[in-house]
Design a protein around this ligand. Structure first.
Ligand code: PXL
Length: 287
């Protein structure tokens, strides 16, 4: 019998050039068999990482009327997934969106910064409000910079010991979410790892990444999207983390081999087909 694809309401910006946010979230989740309904928070000519002055149109007043329309239509979503937000009011609107779909998996990628620095558009008030949004999520996927901002701590430039890593995961989960995944963690043991915590089970997980001497924008969006698609497809936390890590690693290595400009993001076009491979990816460790 026909079963419609699972639906994801994706509340993120649309950056035209540079392969991040909705430009990568849509293809990734579609390739994983999900129907993505984009709710753009802003439209930008490029992402904010390296293309000079950006054309930016805020769409704060678009979110609530769109939610109202979907409610009138009786549209159901299996997942609501938020990311880059352009204003404080958008955070309130996302909270309301999540509250309107209490049975949906709620994923908050608290996009705020990278490499120890907040993005230009994220002021201190927005950083504080993002903590409120993370509190209503089932899953959060900060990178290490964002994890430090959410915890109100200075950025951890030193490699993290296992006990510090576990403490960060637990303290983030105490703010609300059941699953916490921190990406891009330089571990004291010498690995670059993505680490995760399942609050209900009290279980910690770690997936190591191969080192590549470059960093591309949009990889956090791709990671969170593959993780979300994995969960919706029935993956456990460590399997979803392993799937997302492996895909991002392959996309980065493929792109690096061509030597393209890093600000243009990863060559998703050359790797997207790999997401159709449902084989179990089990390259995880217990942290
Ligand atoms: O990939 C995160 C992201 C999303 N949206 C915009 C960005 C960035 C990172 O630079 O600039 C507009």
């Amino acid at each position: 019998m026909y079963k419609r694809p699972q639906r994801v309401a994706a509340i993120h910006d649309l950056s035209g050039f540079g392969r991040c946010s909705l430009s990568v979230i849509l293809p990734v989740l579609s390739a994983m068999g999900m129907q993505v309904c984009p709710i753009p928070t802003a439209v930008l000519s490029t992402h904010t990482g390296g293309f000079g002055e950006v054309e930016f149109r805020d769409l704060t007043d678009y979110i609530m009327p769109t939610l109202a329309h979907y409610r009138r239509l009786g549209l159901e979503f299996e997942c609501v997934y938020s990311g880059f937000l352009g204003s404080e009011a958008q955070i309130d609107h996302c909270v309301e969106f999540f509250a309107s779909y209490p049975d949906a998996l709620s994923v908050v990628d608290p996009v705020m910064g990278d490499h120890g620095k907040p993005y230009k558009t994220y002021n201190a008030a927005m950083q504080r409000r993002m903590i409120e949004l993370a509190a209503v999520a089932d899953v959060i996927t900060p990178n290490l910079t964002e994890a430090c901002i959410l915890l109100g701590e200075p950025y951890a430039f030193e490699p993290l010991t296992q006990s510090k890593a576990k403490s960060m995961l637990v303290r983030l989960s105490e703010k609300g979410p059941h699953y916490v995944v921190i990406t891009g963690v330089n571990m004291a043991a010498g690995t670059m790892s993505n680490i995760g915590y399942d609050k209900e089970r009290g279980a910690f997980w770690c997936v190591d990444c191969d080192y590549v001497p470059v960093s591309y924008p949009g990889t956090g969006d791709i990671f969170a999207s593959v993780l979300t698609g994995g969960f919706l497809g029935g993956d456990s936390l460590p399997i979803a983390m392993a799937r997302a890590t492996q895909f991002v690693e392959t996309a980065i290595k493929t792109t690096f081999s061509y030597g393209t400009e890093t600000r243009e993001g990863v060559m998703l076009e050359r790797t997207l087909h790999l997401l159709g491979d449902k084989d179990l990816v089990a390259k995880y460790r217990i942290l």
